[in-house]
Design a protein around this ligand. Sequence first.
Ligand code: UDP
Length: 194
Amino acid sequence: NKHVEILDISFINTSFSDMEEKIANHINKGEKSFVVTANPEIVMHAKEDADYKGYVQSADYVVPDGNGILLAANMLKQPLKERITGYDLTISLLQKANAKGWNVYLLGGREEVNKRAADRMKADYPLMNLVGRHDGYFDWNDSVLKEEIASLNPDLILVALGFPRQEKWIAENIASFSKGVFIGVGGSIDVIAG
Ligand code: UDP
């Protein structure tokens, strides 16, 4: 099976390394893509909130973040190959960004968390190009930030607004961008900030 449906959410059934390669290919070709790392909380929220379900369904890839998703797939007798967590995917993409000199934008978290995470990223992945960063407490009705981010031409946009905000923000704003892979990374920014 290429995909496994769990409560109307279509999970890609692939390995971590294949997912990483798919994302890298989009970036190398200058294509846009939206990745949701969905845990059981996200699936249950989508079940209750039709708007949110729409945002998740608009993603190019939904990957299984969390053992609960793998267990559900097993119960449906359509096992998923591998768990792909937001944190692991973020770290492996930062390593790739470092190897390839990708442009990265970091959106979200409290200002001090965002700054600390950005400093860590610059220290640990010195060859990636951190083109900008902004905390996650901004006015959604003001399109200036979105336009500024788009003008920086990021290849990879890490969106740490927590669920469900990050998927909503990506779904509502991705049309303004000409390229870039968007991933909601949730609390990973707090882990990176240390
Ligand atoms: N966050 C944010 N803006 C918001 C709400 C949350 O930037 O309006 C950040 C928060 O500071 C934290 C991250 O999103 O760094 C993850 O938040 P939370 O733990 O609530 O989300 P989860 O990890 O459950 O997705």
